[in-house]
Design a protein around this ligand. Structure first.
Ligand SMILES: [Zn+2]
Ligand SMILES: [Zn+2]
Ligand SMILES: [Zn+2]
Length: 275
């Protein structure tokens, strides 16, 4: 599962019927404008939700990707809040198809996700092995991520659902803190059992972006040599045997950094292809 900032960006909209602004995280009406304390620019700036993060699921074979949700988050979200949200979303996505079909939904949005899809057994968990009752019911694991849910067992149907193996996230500070907290909880064995098999980590595209930024703005240490994109470009330009070798193996595009989102340039100048 990955969570990144794509999707419709949030904004404020005036509702002419109710005469209020829609989209703010507090009421902005005529009273708010006229009565003290008078609105400050800073407050107004913080009033609407800032980030739109789309939840996208990808299977382990990297063949199917599916957007399953969209979170609007406010300006000042803490790492703890992101962690709580991630845990909630993982649990919701792991709800089984049987429970989804029987849950309340508005349009196509499941309203009571995960409330009824219970896989946890206290006895199994306490004795660290599958209890007699669960064995009779066909359970083979004590881990809720690998068990059938209560409803499916009672209805004698196959419990079919997803197990989130990894959550991939960009490393904006709040997200990084959330991931560190999850890793820490995992090390201390106090992560929620419903997500105990789930790992977290940064995504390759963002690591690549940092590498591009680093190579342009600072020195990178490679094999005990300090390199920098500007140096690489100058060496490539000069009329010398080194310049010729570099011109043969590195294209001009890749050292110009015209397109700051282009990953090909980074891949080209950091590949191991020898002249
Ligand atoms: Zn279920
Ligand atoms: Zn049990
Ligand atoms: Zn089920």
């Amino acid at each position: 599962m990955s969570r990144d900032g794509i999707g419709l960006k949030p904004e404020l909209n005036f509702d002419p019927i109710r005469k209020i602004l829609v989209g703010a995280n507090f009421d902005i009406d005529i009273d708010y404008i006229k009565k003290p304390p008078y609105p400050r620019y800073k407050n107004i700036k913080r009033c609407n939700d800032k980030d739109a993060n789309t939840l996208v699921l990808t299977d382990l074979e990297n063949k199917v990707s599916l957007p399953v949700g969209l979170d609007y988050s406010k300006h000042s979200q803490t790492g703890e809040e992101v962690k709580t949200l991630l845990e909630k979303r993982i649990e919701e996505v792991q709800m089984c198809t049987g429970c989804i079909e029987h849950s309340q939904s508005t349009g196509q949005v499941v309203a009571d996700a995960n409330v009824s899809c219970i896989r946890y057994c206290e006895i199994c968990s306490e004795q660290s092995e599958v209890c007699d009752q669960c064995k009779r019911e066909g359970q083979t694991s004590i881990n809720p991520q690998l068990r059938a849910c209560r409803n499916c067992i009672d209805n004698k149907v196959r419990c079919s659902r997803l197990a989130i193996i990894a959550v991939i996230h960009d490393c904006e500070q709040k997200n990084k803190t959330a991931m560190e907290k999850i890793v820490e909880a995992k090390m201390n064995n106090c992560l929620k059992t419903e997500i105990s098999l789930t790992n977290v980590g940064p995504d390759a595209v963002h690591i690549g972006k940092y590498l591009t930024g680093s190579l342009s703005n600072w020195w990178l240490l490679v094999d005990d040599f300090r390199i920098n994109l500007v140096i690489l470009r100058i060496l490539r330009q000069i009329d010398s045997p080194t310049g010729k070798v570099l011109r043969d193996v590195i294209s001009l595009d890749s050292v110009q950094r015209k397109d700051r989102q282009a990953m090909e340039s980074v891949a080209e100048i950091s590949s191991k292809r020898s002249p």
